[in-house]
Design a protein around this ligand. Structure first.
Ligand code: CO
Length: 143
């Protein structure tokens, strides 16, 4: 069911310092910081040839990554995001398999404007999983 790895999200205590590590030390293409107030995070996107890294930092009150950062002062991997064609079919399958979908179990609009859900880490090898609906694989139109 799952398709491509869309991104790995890393929570960091200092976005500027983390951006510099990816830009200068690792030689990656790194975006400017983007505030996502609806998600309670500021994000820097690191573009890799086959996937993305998202550097996350808490924004505002009740950020979903604030507790993670307080438990992991130097930062760490927060979640991995896999692409699915149909988020509702994916949710149904998770429920059938006995896996826990977080929140109210309904998709929300994620950081890329696409429907997402999160799955309980205890059901998936200790890793928080995000599923993102990217639709069916697109085939380039002829002409
Ligand atoms: Co994500």
């Amino acid at each position: 069911m799952i398709g491509k790895l869309n991104h790995v999200a890393i929570v960091v205590p200092d976005l500027a310092a983390a951006s510099e590590v990816y830009r200068s030390t690792l030689g990656a293409t790194v975006s400017e910081p983007v505030d996502l107030p609806d998600h309670g995070v500021t994000t820097v996107f690191v573009e890799l040839p086959n996937t993305k890294i998202e550097l996350l930092h808490p924004l505002g009150e009740d950020s979903p990554v604030a507790k993670f950062l307080s438990n992991n002062a130097s930062g760490g991997i927060h979640h991995v995001c896999y692409e699915v064609e149909d988020i509702h079919a994916a949710i149904d399958r998770m429920v059938d398999e006995g896996a826990r979908v977080l929140g109210d179990g309904k998709p929300k609009t994620g950081a890329h404007g696409l429907p997402v859900v999160f799955l309980h880490p205890k059901d998936f090898c200790g890793t928080l999983i995000e599923l993102e609906e990217v639709g069916e694989p697109r085939i380039a139109a002829a002409g």
